[in-house]
Design a protein around this ligand. Structure first.
Ligand SMILES: O=C1O[C@H](COP(=O)(O)O)[C@@H](O)[C@H](O)[C@H]1O
Length: 224
């Protein structure tokens, strides 16, 4: 059984607001020592209210780089683009001055350089699917083994058979090297998936395990 901190909230609104306050405090501390900070955030259907709440935080946003944990190979204007979600929710209000790093880049070599330039991640927020994928580390993807390997490049293209389009994902070594890690989940299906992942089994079937076993402090934040 993997031991990680688990924080349960009475409702989703409290979860999103509390996590935004916590992440803002951690970014402030990281920026105070380095005059810059990198925040990585997920896309998908869950984090919108968290990202919107964080956009109001009083932070030196002009020194903060925001990196999507993963992206779909779609136009950055597509409703399926994580970049678009992050731009429409987080890169607003006070956070409009932050630098949003785009993963929309056809050439993987150029993308790798772009991502490496903002590493390591100071504060990492991840989502998780009911299938125990995190970022775009999907069970069943032919490239999963390469993305979980200790020597993986920072970012990889991945083609999960379960998904309609190819993905770009930060790889396990980059995620595991973050200074602090939060996993944001809502609803009983994701809670059951988290319990299954922490109970055991190979990372190939439960890629989130690669993050739950990271050396950094990991907290799972949950509301029904
Ligand atoms: O495909 C993705 O899935 C996960 C979880 O998304 P959700 O819609 O179940 O909240 C997300 O963390 C990831 O960034 C996204 O690309």
């Amino acid at each position: 059984m993997i031991e990680v901190a688990f924080q349960s909230y009475p409702d989703r609104e409290t979860l999103m607001r509390s996590l935004a306050e916590l992440v803002a405090d951690q970014l402030r501390a990281a920026h105070a020592t380095k005059e810059t900070a990198t925040l990585a955030v997920p896309g998908g259907t869950t984090p919108g209210p968290f990202l919107s709440a964080l956009s109001e935080a009083d932070l030196p946003w002009q020194g903060i780089r925001v990196l999507p944990t993963d992206e779909r190979r779609v136009s950055e204007f597509s409703e399926r683009s994580n970049h678009r979600l992050i731009a429409d929710t987080l890169i607003q209000n006070r956070a409009a001055k932050a630098d949003l790093v785009s993963l929309h880049e056809p050439l993987i070599g150029s993308l790798e350089k772009r991502v490496e330039a903002v590493l390591p991640i100071d504060v990492l927020v991840l989502g998780m699917g009911d299938d125990m994928h995190t970022a775009s580390l999907f069970p069943g993807a032919p490239e999963l083994g390469a993305a979980l390997a200790p020597g993986a490049p920072a970012v990889l293209e991945i083609t999960p058979p379960s998904q309609p389009e190819a993905r770009l994902t930060l790889t396990a070594p980059v995620l595991r090297a973050a200074d602090v890690i939060h996993v944001l989940i809502t609803g009983p299906d994701k809670l059951a998936a988290f319990e299954k992942a922490r109970a055991g089994g190979p990372e190939a079937e439960a890629p989130i395990r690669a993050v739950l076993t990271a050396p950094a402090p990991v907290t799972v934040h949950y509301a029904e």
